[in-house]
Ligand binder design. Structure first.
Ligand SMILES: [Zn+2]
Length: 216
């Protein structure tokens, strides 16, 4: 089974990807990580990538596609991939389909974690850290205990406001850019939207059910 997972920053995509990887023994293919690996290992491609990045250029679709093909063509990962951060546009989505087909595979499930901008804001603005013990709280979802000596409100530190502005921009940019790809998968009937505004356990449960349904 091959899966693609989408979700804006703050939706818990990393957590759920890890869950799927562990439970179903899949291999996570994060294109960002692939590129960083090439750079770190100083491969010929890695050198090319870092010089591109240093000159402010984007790594071409072809380079990313070649990197991905290395995994798709590898028997070790046959039908065991979860794509994270790819595809980012319709062209890449078509390319991924063709690449998989070349090796007799396909995308079996596309997951989109959904979360509203309002919930993202609450997750960020509600967050505080106890300056004594380091525990993290959220006044909306996980408030600090009342009458606690250590985690009293005078010890709780909030993040600065620009964290919120950055998060809002990242969220809006992500959703806008990814919309055509989501549409692409909706049309092929592979898309399942998962409500990301619940507990981690509840979200994982729904994802498991969807995966089990496909394995059926
Ligand atoms: Zn504390």
């Amino acid at each position: 089974m091959n899966i693609v997972i989408f979700g804006p920053p703050g939706a818990g995509k990393g957590t759920q990807s890890n869950f799927i990887v562990k439970k179903y023994k899949l291999h996570q293919l994060s294109t960002g990580e692939l590129l960083r690996n090439e750079i770190r290992n100083k491969t010929d491609l890695g050198k090319k990538i870092s010089s591109l990045m240093n000159s402010g250029k984007l790594v071409s679709d072809q380079v990313v596609s070649n990197l991905i093909e290395k995994f798709i063509s590898d028997n070790k990962y046959n039908n065991r991939l979860i794509f994270d951060g790819y595809p980012r546009n319709k062209l890449q989505a078509n390319n991924l389909k063709d690449l998989l087909k070349k090796y007799d595979q396909e995308i079996d499930l596309v997951l989109k974690l959904s979360i509203s901008l309002d919930a993202i804001k609450k997750r960020i603005t509600g967050r505080s850290v106890c300056s004594i013990c380091g525990k993290i709280y959220n006044k909306f979802f996980n408030p600090a205990p009342v009458n606690s000596e250590c985690c009293a409100s005078k010890f709780l530190q909030k993040r600065s406001d620009d964290t919120l502005d950055i998060a809002v921009t990242r969220y809006q940019t992500y959703e806008k850019n990814i919309a055509p790809v989501i549409d692409f998968y909706k049309q092929t009937n592979l898309l399942r939207v998962v409500n990301g505004e619940r507990s981690i356990v509840e979200i994982s449960k729904e994802i498991s059910d969807l995966i089990e349904g496909i394995k059926g």
